[in-house]
Each structure stands twice: as C-alpha cells, then as structure tokens.
Design a protein around this ligand. Structure first.
Ligand code: KG4
Ligand code: ZN
Length: 334
C-alpha cells in the first residue's frame, strides 16, 4: 500500500499499546491496555511486575490493533517500536515482539525514540503543525524545550535540571493525599481551588530555557508539614497554586524560546500536555504574539502507540531501517 501503513508498538512504561496509522496522519486503530489500576495500590509502577504484564498483553493488543484497523499483517509497510527511553524490562517486551514480527513477515523494523513519538502525536490531526516550531515535551520523566526546523531536525534548547513536570505533579498529588497517577487528579482538585491562595516560589535557573521544579515541590511538602491536616479548601488551594506555578514557568520559558527563535508555531507533547490549565497558560502567553499553539487530544498526549507509528512513518519515509540487533536504550536522549 503506497500510503504507508505503519504498525506502532509501545511498552516503555505501564501501557501496553499497539496502533495502525496510515500516512503518518490517519489513526486506523489505537489499542491501549493500561496497567494503571494494577499499580494504584503501590503508588507507582513496579518495573518487574510491569514487564510480566506486558508479556501477557503484547500479542493480544497487537492482534486487536491490526483487526480494528481492518488490515492484515501482510499489508503493513513497516513496524515501528519504542526502543527508549523507558524501563529496560518493559521496553524489551515490545521490542522483541516487533523484531519477531519484522523477521517473520520480512518487514522493515524501525526503532522510535519515545519522546519523538510524543512530539509526533501532534501530526495525527487534519491540520498538522508547520515548521519551524518550538515544542515543549512535558511527560512523567522529561521536560524538554526543543526547536524543530523540519522533520527529524531537533535541537534541544533546554530541559529540567531536576524533577520533570509530570513527576512534580505526581509527588504533589501524593503530598495532598491523592492516588497514582497524580497529574489528572491534581488538575481535577485544582478546579475548585484559588491559584493565588498559597504563595509558592517560581524557580530560578541559569539557562534561559531550563526548568527546575524540585524547589516548588519542596515548598508544597513544607506547606503540608507546617499546616498539619489540610481542609478540603486548603487542599484545593494548594493544588491550584502548585499547578499555577508550574504552568506559569512552562509558558514563560516556552514563549521566550518561541520569540528568540522567531517561530510562528508552538506545540505541546507528553502526558502533562493533557492539562487544561497548561493549555490555557500557553494560550495566554502565545496568543497576544500571534503564535499558533497545537496539542494532541488528551488520549494521544499520554502514552500510546499511534504516536510511535506517526514518528515511525517519517523515519520510514526518510529511509531509516534498523537491524534485528536493535537494543533497548533506557536512557535514550532525543
Ligand atoms: O507521557 P506520559 O504518559 O508518560 C511518560 O512518558 O512519562 O506522562 C505521564 C505523566 C504523569 O506524570 C502524569 O501524572 C502526567 O503525565 N499527567 C498529567 C495529566 N495527565 C497526565 N499531569 C497534569 N495534568 C494532567 N491532566
Ligand atoms: Zn510517555
């Protein structure tokens, strides 16, 4: 099929996912088996348990994705799989499945960087973003500001010097007695809070495009210790104030990068891009300058395989092919 039918496979953390995407744009299926319920009682992902769960789920999930797409494995043009960053044991499950399929079906294997996958979720829309652009990747493990001149041309402008934005959301969630994963629950709680109620520090960093969230997180923890058991009102105010501080810092530096680089387009990527307050803060910063803001729908912000297939499509078109000795790289950079 000349359109470029890509099977994407993702298993970097606690979602076992497979998807079929046509032409890097059209999502024909997007199957996600989440292990979130399993890890709620532990308050976080247990890597060894996650790996075993991926093993159980990977083949049924791939089968469902191909069937839902109304396709057959024979029609697939290439198999794109996350090979890092992530948990080594969980990555290996998806990667091994992808290699077995590529070998058995004699199809090209394409290793995809999970972070580039998050970015490419933005291209799964009718009106994809235009280059050059600045992208803010905000996930559980990363907070990166990236300049993209074109497909595959990425320059890291700045990043967090300590906690990732999503990680800070998760830790603050725990501090105010919310479960795992914390981000969506903090957002929900913050809706009834006053973002100006609790004064919190805005982190200072040397680099113009770097972030730091550990001071903010510590200030939240100290407020909880100082205040003692929080009332519902205090919890909501604290969540709102924390979210306001994080989204404000993210919007400020992203705007600076966009203005300094003279781009007309900014995109958001990663789990925290699902946050409504972040989208609002970004609009408030960028709209007055006429800079367009793009972000994926929430289901494509958090981990999924459609984004891996979308990134894989552009690599496939650029002629990238990987050998069967492709390895999992837990610390893979952009
Ligand atoms: O991109 P992602 O699904 O996985 C990684 O690659 O890390 O991001 C997960 C992170 C978690 O820290 C989660 O709490 C956060 O994204 N997150 C959110 C929201 N939805 C997910 N943070 C704030 N608001 C949300 N609505
Ligand atoms: Zn992710």
């Amino acid at each position: 099929m000349s359109e470029g039918l890509i099977l994407g496979i993702e298993s970097s953390c606690d979602e076992t996912a497979a998807a079929v995407v046509a032409g890097g744009r059209r999502v024909l299926s997007n199957t996600i088996a989440s292990q979130v319920e399993l890890f709620r009682k532990y308050g976080g992902v247990v890597p060894e348990i996650a790996s075993r769960k991926h093993l159980e789920l990977i083949l049924p999930v791939i089968r469902e994705a191909v069937e839902t797409a109304g396709a057959t494995l024979a029609e697939i043009d290439a198999i794109a799989v996350t090979h890092g960053p992530g948990l080594v044991g969980t990555l290996l499950v998806g990667l091994s499945a992808a290699k077995a399929l590529a070998f058995g079906l004699d199809k090209p294997l394409i290793g995809v960087n999970h972070l580039q996958g998050h970015i490419y979720a933005n291209f799964l829309t009718e009106a994809p973003p235009s280059f050059p652009l600045v992208c803010l990747v905000v996930s559980g493990g990363h907070t990166d500001l990236i300049y993209m001149a074109d497909h595959g041309e990425m320059e890291l402008l700045g990043r967090t010097l300590d906690d990732a934005a999503g990680e800070a959301f998760d830790k603050v969630a725990r501090a105010v007695g919310l479960g795992y994963p914390g981000g969506p629950q903090v957002e929900q709680l913050a809706r009834s809070g006053d973002p100006e109620a609790v004064p919190l520090p805005r982190a200072h960093t040397e680099g113009p495009y770097d972030f730091s969230f550990s001071g903010l997180k510590t200030a939240v923890l100290q407020y909880v210790q100082r205040t003692g058991p929080l009332s519902d009102r205090q919890r909501a105010d604290l969540a709102a104030s924390f979210q306001h501080a994080v989204t404000g810092a993210l919007a400020e530096k992203t705007l600076k990068a966009a203005l300094d680089r003279g781009v007309r387009q900014v995109i958001l990527a990663g789990g925290v891009a699902a946050n409504g307050a972040l989208r609002q803060a970004m609009h408030a910063a960028l709209d007055p300058h006429g800079i367009a803001l793009g972000y994926p729908p929430p289901v494509l912000c958090t981990d999924n395989a459609a984004m891996i297939a979308a990134a894989g499509y552009h690599l496939w078109k650029a002629g990238v092919r990987h050998d069967l000795d492709l390895n999992a790289v837990p610390g893979l950079g952009l």
